[in-house]
Write a protein that binds this ligand. Sequence first.
Ligand code: PLP
Length: 392
Amino acid sequence: MSQIYFDHSATTPLDPRVVEAMLPFYGANFGNPSSLHWTGQQSKQAIDEGRQQLADLFHASPDEIVFTASGTESDNMVLIGVATQYKPQDCHIITSSFEHPAVLETCKYLQKLGYEISYLPVTPEGIVDPESLKQALRPNTRLVSVMAANNVVGTLQPIAELAKITKAQGALFHTDAVQAVGKIPLHINTLPVDLLSLSAHKLHGPKGIGALYIRKGVKIAPLVHGGGQERGIRSATENVAGIVGLGKAAAIAGAEMSAEASRLVKLRDRIIAEVQNQIPNAYLIGHPYKRLPGHICLGFAGQEGEAIHLMLALNEEGIAISTGSACSAHNAGQPSYILMAMGMDAVRARGSLRITLGRFNTDFEVDSFLEILPRLAANLNTITSREFAAVS
Ligand code: PLP
């Protein structure tokens, strides 16, 4: 049985070029970058190069990049690092109601500490309306955090406009760009964002390494205290191999982005058109084209509760897709808060399939998928709930 991986929003396979760049740092080049001797300095140079490669992807300056351990850590750093510079009553934060838990759970934590958080609504097409931001801003709003692309529906958010509105009020604008980095151009010189989170494993880089772009002059309080690495903003001996891998992944993504995005858009739109053609009750969730190049989210009218069975049946055929974000594997079968935020009722919000394509997917794999999915969808009611019990 062939294996097809269509779950790139959960994580991506490492690009072999990234592995090759990282390998020496698991062998001969083992030095601590803070050491002044030859092996320490080799590591330091490698970090400098990784930082430059990542900065180049954003047209940013290397001293605006701080390496972290994950997208989750970057998001925590921003929210907590901005909020704790103020007393709770002096700091109102705005975010959207369909952010990743890395933002939403951190907001809940801040609420417990007394900070006020406003959650912007989302349209049925999965977009945050800039008008709603204008209404939510207050004189004490210090930070607005809206993701660049949603992890479940794949919709792109109007971050340039949201950032402009935020800046006019004098607050900071952060975007969780974990799903967008390396897939769509994000040039910081023309995009007025102050802070941007990313994670290497979503762009064919390694797991356990992320970064935060911090615009020059923007201050955040550190979350991790210690030896003063990363200009004191994020102490800890650096993950040198991870940084090298993230830098290489960024360089590859930057060089190949435009050709790769066109290729993925063609594959994506072929799947959407064919599925709607062959499966009468299938519908696309989220905006038809304001979406990530390789991202599809499908619902099945009247059979929403069966989506998980369909995902498991596809898995039996060697095809890996998901019913939501990886985090929702822990609460499989529950309505998705992201779909509910888009105005879906609890029944419809239980059933979606997320198909996310990436660098190594081929036309041939899409052909196989389009042959297998309609056949399995036609048999939906005959699939037993045995598999469902296994994951719930
Ligand atoms: N933000 C978004 C939008 C994500 O999709 C994810 C991961 O799925 C994260 C943050 C967390 O990133 P990490 O897995 O590096 O902690």
